[in-house]
Design a protein around this ligand. Structure first.
Ligand code: COA
Ligand code: ZN
Length: 303
């Protein structure tokens, strides 16, 4: 069975939308504990404007204090040149550039047109000049909460333009949980056919309960890289109606049960997921941490 690679984004996608600031000590501890679970990648934080995303205003300190485990890639979100300068100083292993495939969401999130974003990110790629691998996350690729459908040809067009600039990978993001499995299979098949040399990652939100169905459709179409968020936290503060990512532990538990090799220590991950409500101060959506694994059996009731 294929190896599946997971990137946990809870400390970035998860914490950016939390109502209360998560203390820096808790962020560092959580990243360090995630590092022990077997993730291929962890999206640690975001070098965006601290005014736009105040919850991640401690990005430098978090990057400076985490204990890096060999074999785990520590990636960070970078929206512009200033972000790239900060990320370079922090020696991130990968820069995750971001723009939206929908004009309206790009304006809401990054306060500029898609063309201006593309030109800015092209400048970032030129500035980084191969010093750090680049991934580009394309938001609202399966639909925009303000515009509706985003044609696949539009998404492919941006993937092609970034591939031409030499990026290592792209992440196809379902920012507000609008994707359905047939759409995911079609996207996965087309992109793999056209961009066999790119690392393709799929990023789902469970806003409408289709998250794991979408993971399954992608895996069965040959996709091997996924973003997930511990506990199912997450969401873009500039996308109306956004809610949590797929829960890493639920997706990993499902794939593991099906015989896929995720490389993850699931009991350790579930232990971490069970501590998350104490860190954020509220319940979290992930289900397996509450129910236990399918192999965690209960004693029969006494007759
Ligand atoms: N890091 C730190 N500060 C930054 C910055 C960065 N990457 N980019 C801009 N700034 C600061 C500028 O220095 C300026 O500060 P000042 O007001 O003290 O002079 C201020 O932010 C405004 O800069 P400007 O270039 O006008 O940017 P903007 O206000 O149009 O913001 C973005 C553009 C992209 C930086 C901002 O909209 C942003 O960070 N959005 C968040 C996107 C995001 O992470 N969404 C969720 C994930 S998809
Ligand atoms: Zn997301």
């Amino acid at each position: 069975m294929n190896r599946i690679y997971f990137n946990d984004v809870v400390t970035r996608d998860g914490f950016q939308i939390e109502p209360n600031f998560i203390p820096t000590d808790d962020k560092v501890k959580l990243v360090d504990e995630l590092s022990q679970c077997g993730f291929a990648k962890i999206e640690v934080t975001s070098f965006t404007s601290p005014k736009a995303i105040p919850m991640l205003r401690d990005a430098e300190e978090v990057m400076g204090r985490i204990a890096r485990v060999p074999g785990v890639e520590y990636t960070v979100l970078v929206p512009n040149l200033r972000g790239a300068e900060r990320a370079l100083e922090s020696c991130a292993d990968e820069f995750n550039l971001v723009m939206s495939t929908s004009e309206t969401h790009n304006q809401a999130n990054l306060r500029m047109s898609r063309e201006k974003s593309f030109a800015g990110l092209a400048e970032v790629i030129q500035y980084v000049n191969g010093r750090t691998p680049i991934n580009v996350s394309l938001s609202t690729a399966f639909g925009c909460p303000m515009e509706g459908d985003v044609p696949q040809s539009e998404v492919e067009g941006f993937v092609q333009r970034f591939a031409d600039l030499g990026v290592r990978g792209v992440t196809i993001c379902d920012t507000t949980g609008m994707a359905h499995p047939a759409q995911v299979a079609s996207m996965a098949n087309n992109l793999q056919k056209k961009f066999g040399n790119l690392q393709l990652t799929f990023h789902f939100h469970n806003t409408r309960g289709m998250g794991l169905a979408n993971v399954l459709a992608a895996v069965q179409s040959g996709i091997t890289r996924f973003d997930g968020s511990l506990g199912g936290l997450g969401g873009c503060p500039y996308a109306p109606g956004a809610s949590g990512n797929i829960s890493s532990e639920d997706a990993i538990h499902m794939l593991d049960a099906m015989g896929y090799d995720t490389g993850i220590d699931i009991p350790k991950l579930l232990g971490l997921a069970r501590k998350l409500p104490l860190i954020v101060g509220h319940p979290v959506p992930g289900q397996v941490a509450k129910a236990g694994r399918t192999c965690d059996l209960h004693a029969a009731p006494v007759q």
